[in-house]
Ligand binder design. Structure first.
Ligand code: NAG
Length: 372
């Protein structure tokens, strides 16, 4: 064989080998998976000492008598003045957590989390753990501490206006959980989002290690397997997302949930989840926080209770994904009363309602120039 021919053959074989590997790694699994993601089975070992926090929200029992939902706010000092929440007091019972509050806070102005880790998740879990028995019958809304944020689903990004317009009972009907975002950009709802365990996501994570997005997408499946796995998982159920499966979710971790949905998990599960965040989660908050931001709907949505997966002991990924990404136009109408929108150009966007600002951030003077 001539040398050039041999070289060509070797190159062809190499190319064929790589092609097979890529095809193998991305091959769709034959059946849509049923996942064991119904219960947090992670148990920290050894048991860590219970963290200290000041998490019991004063007066929450009274909220129940008034039929008010709780508004759980996860803030840090950098979020600035919390005065914008005042106008919402008539509608909601406020439970405001400051993650970086000083340990000694004689004024007891704000509720406190055991540590400033995992972004908003630490405050949300501390609320659930320390107020488990008092969750209002009207539900609870979970939000970040700054009034203006790039991900707030309004033309001017104002959470005060969104929360004033939010129809909590409509949002909770029928599934008992709803993300506060309707627009699909920035989450994993768009069909173009690659599977979290695909080569594409792995490559992006390697090529953009500074971009928390791809790195946390890649870390998500293992984290979910750790949290939902453990002893007692029925062998027919999967804990690890398949290589060709995409977990779809709205982004940014602001949502509303009913008491029943909170109570479908035990207090111990929320404690275990918080222990994971405190001791075992990736140290980079942008990553652990983002992983948790893709967990809430798995905890609280139970797709299939109206049929599909009911009683099967597992969660069907397809049903979960469908429930996680409602159409934007229906969402705007149900949650915020913005109905009959004209320019809904795709299932995930209505023109004029929301746009991702440049570089996923608002100009520094946004708040100053928008307060009335
Ligand atoms: C909220 O939505 C429900 C329908 O689900 C409706 O009956 C109710 O009037 C709405 N509340 C407000 C304040 O618009």
């Amino acid at each position: 064989m001539r040398r050039r021919t041999r070289k060509l053959l070797v190159q062809l074989m190499l190319f064929g080998g790589v092609l097979c590997l890529v095809l193998f790694l991305n091959a769709p699994s034959s059946t849509p998976p049923t996942l064991a993601w119904t219960r947090i089975r992670y148990r920290p070992r050894p048991d860590p000492p219970p963290p200290t926090s000041r998490g019991a929200c004063p007066g929450l029992a009274d909220a129940n008598k008034l039929g008010k939902p709780a508004l759980v706010v996860a803030r840090v000092h950098a979020d600035g003045d919390a005065g914008w929440l005042k106008t919402l007091e008539a509608q909601y019972h406020l439970c405001v957590y400051t993650a970086d509050a000083p340990a000694e806070d004689p004024g007891h102005d704000y509720l406190q989390t055991p540590a400033n880790r995992g972004h908003e998740a630490m405050a949300y879990l501390t609320f659930l753990i320390d107020n488990y028995a008092q969750i209002p019958a009207a539900g609870a809304v979970f939000v970040h501490g700054s009034r203006w944020a790039w991900h707030n689903d309004a033309p001017d990004y104002d959470n005060a206006a969104l929360l004033a317009a939010l129809n909590v009972s409509a949002a909770l009907h029928p599934s008992g959980y709803h993300n506060l975002r309707c627009d699909w950009s920035a989450g994993t709802c768009p069909p173009s989002t690659p599977p979290q365990r695909s080569l594409e996501t792995s490559l992006q994570a390697v090529l953009q290690p500074w971009g928390a997005r791809a790195v946390s997408d890649k870390a998500l499946p293992d984290a979910l397997a750790t949290l939902f796995g453990g002893g007692g998982v029925d062998g027919s159920l999967q804990v690890l997302l398949g290589r060709s499966d995409t977990l779809r979710a709205q982004c940014c971790a602001q949502f509303v949930v009913s008491r029943d949905r909170v109570w479908q998990h035990s207090r111990e599960e929320y404690i275990a989840l918080r222990s994971w965040l405190l001791t075992a989660a990736p140290r980079d908050d942008r990553i652990s926080g983002r992983i948790l931001s893709y967990l809430w709907h798995i905890l609280f949505l139970r797709p299939g209770t109206e049929g599909e997966a009911a009683g099967s002991g597992g969660i069907h990924l397809q049903a979960l994904n469908r429930a996680a990404c409602p159409r934007a136009d229906e969402c705007y109408c149900r949650l915020y009363g913005r109905c009959n929108l004209a320019n809904c150009v795709s299932p995930g966007a209505c023109y004029g309602q929301y746009r991702v600002p440049k570089d996923y951030r608002l100009p520094d003077d946004w708040a100053a120039s928008h307060v009335e």
